[in-house]
Ligand binder design. Structure first.
Ligand SMILES: NC(=O)c1ccc[n+]([C@@H]2O[C@H](COP(=O)([O-])OP(=O)(O)OC[C@H]3O[C@@H](n4cnc5c(N)ncnc54)[C@H](OP(=O)(O)O)[C@@H]3O)[C@@H](O)[C@H]2O)c1
Length: 337
C-alpha cells in the first residue's frame, strides 16, 4: 500500500531529519556524512566501534558500538529514521546482518546497505564479481525484517580507483606505470566520492512521502527498494591517461605501459581469490568491469539530472585522485583485499 502524508498522524513531519551512519570516517562514509551535514537538514549520528581510531567529520554525533553486544547497536539506532551502512569490505561477514537486525529492533524504517558500486540489475556482472549475491542477500534481509532499502549504483569510485594501485584503474604512480586493459578504449561509468555523497544527501533531503495520490513530485519513497544511479564520468583508461598526463605534465615517454587482455586478467585474479589470495579480488573486479561489452556504462540509467547533480571536471578529479595515492598506501590491509 503506498503511503501518503494525508494518512499520517498530525505530528508527522515529512522529512528525514535523524540519520545514522556506519563508517562516517571511511572512504565513502566521510563524504556522505559531510554532504548530509552541509544540507543543514539532518542530525548525523556515527556508529563507530568503541576504541576506533578513525577520525569522524566535525558535526557528527558519535555513538560507540560493540558488534558483539547488540544492545549497544540498538541503543545507538533508537529514534533514528534512516540507517546508512558504509562498512569496510574487510569487516567480518556477519557485521552487516548484526546492524540490520539491530535496526529492525530499533524500529528504523529505511536502510541503505553496503554496496556503492555495480548496477544491481546486472545479475551476470554481480555473479562474475561475486558482489551481486552478497549485496542481494543484504537487501533481502532488510526486506525480510520489514524495512525498506535504497542502494547506490555509482560504478567505480573515480579518485579512489585511480589512486588505488595497478589492480584498479591500472596506474602505479610511484613506478609511473600503467597496465592498459585490452585496447584501453572501453568506457565505463565512474562516480567521484563527493558526487556519491551529494546524491545520497539529495535523496535524504527530499520529502519522505507524497502528499496524496495526485502528488507526483520526487520523494524519498520514489527510490524505495531501488537503486539510485549516479555518474561523474563515462571514461576509458585512455581518457583517464590523457587526463593524468595533463595534470602531471608528463608524456607517453615518461610512462611504462603494458597491455593485458581483460578476460585473462579476470581469470588470473579469480584463480588467486579461489586459493584465498584476496589480492586477486581487485584485479578480477576491475578487469571484469572493463570487459568491452558496455556492461559498466550506466549512462542510460544515471539520475544526475533528476537529482540535480553538478557536472564535474575530469582533470580536477584526477588531481584529487593523485593526491589520494599516499593516503591509500597507508591502508595496506584494506587496499590489498
Ligand atoms: N565503487 C567502488 O569503487 C568501491 C570501492 C571500494 C569500496 N566500495 C564499497 O563501499 C563499501 C564501503 O567501503 P569504504 O572504503 O568506504 O570502507 P572503509 O573506509 O574501508 O571502512 C568504513 C568503516 O568500516 C568500519 N570498519 C572497519 N573495519 C571494521 C571491522 N573489522 N568491523 C567492523 N567495522 C569495521 C570503520 O568504521 P569505525 O572505525 O568508525 O567503526 C570504517 O570507517 C565497501 O564495502 C564496498 O562495498 C566501492
Amino acid at each position: 500500500m503506498p503511503k501518503y502524508t494525508k494518512n499520517q498522524s498530525v505530528d508527522f513531519k515529512n522529512a528525514i531529519e535523524r540519520v545514522a551512519i556506519v563508517g562516517a570516517g571511511g572512504t565513502i562514509g566521510s563524504h556522505i556524512a559531510k554532504a548530509l551535514l552541509e544540507t543543514g537538514r539532518h542530525t548525523v549520528t556515527a556508529l563507530s566501534r568503541k576504541g576506533s581510531s578513525n577520525r569522524l567529520p566535525d558535526g557528527v554525533i558519535v555513538a560507540p558500538v560493540d558488534y558483539n553486544d547488540e544492545t549497544t547497536i540498538v541503543a545507538a539506532l533508537k529514534g533514528q529514521q534512516f540507517l546508512i551502512i558504509t562498512m569496510a569490505p574487510t569487516a567480518p561477514r556477519d557485521t552487516h546482518s548484526k546492524l540490520v537486525q539491530a535496526a529492525a529492533k530499533a524500529g528504523i524504517p529505511y536502510v541503505m546497505p553496503n554496496g556503492y558500486g555495480i548496477d544491481i540489475d546486472d545479475i551476470k556482472l554481480g555473479e562474475d564479481t561475486m558482489l551481486g549475491p552478497v549485496a542481494k542477500a543484504n537487501r533481502d534481509e532488510i526486506a525480510r525484517l520489514g524495512m525498506q532499502w535504497i542502494t547506490v549504483c555509482c560504478g567505480f569510485w573515480y579518485e579512489y580507483s585511480l589512486a588505488g594501485g595497478d589492480a584498479r584503474f591500472g596506474f602505479d604512480f610511484d613506478k609511473r606505470s600503467l597496465t592498459i586493459y585490452d585496447d584501453g578504449n572501453t568506457k565505463i561509468s565512474t562516480s567521484t566520492l563527493s558526487q556519491v555523497g551529494r546524491a545520497v544527501a539529495k535523496v535524504l533531503s527530499l520529502n519522505e512521502l507524497p502528499e496524496d495520490e495526485n502528488d507526483k513530485s520526487l520523494t524519498l519513497s520514489t527510490f524505495l527498494n531501488k537503486g539510485v544511479y549516479t555518474k561523474s564520468f563515462v571514461v576509458s583508461q585512455n581518457d583517464i591517461f590523457e587526463s593524468v598526463k595533463r595534470v602531471t605534465g608528463t608524456a607517453d615517454a615518461d610512462w611504462t605501459i603494458t597491455h593485458e587482455d581483460t578476460r585473462k586478467r579476470y581469470q588470473d585474479g579469480l584463480a588467486q581469490v579461489k586459493v584465498g589470495n584476496m589480492a586477486g579480488f581487485g584485479k578480477m573486479l576491475y578487469a571484469r568491469g572493463f570487459y568491452p561489452d558496455a556492461s559498466n556504462d550506466l549512462t542510460m540509467k544515471a539520475q544526475n539530472e533528476l537529482l540535480e547533480l553538478p557536472e564535474e571536471s575530469l582533470d580536477e578529479s584526477t588531481e584529487i585522485g593523485i593526491n589520494l595515492v599516499k593516503e591509500l598506501q597507508l591502508r595496506v590491509e584494506r587496499m590489498s583485499s
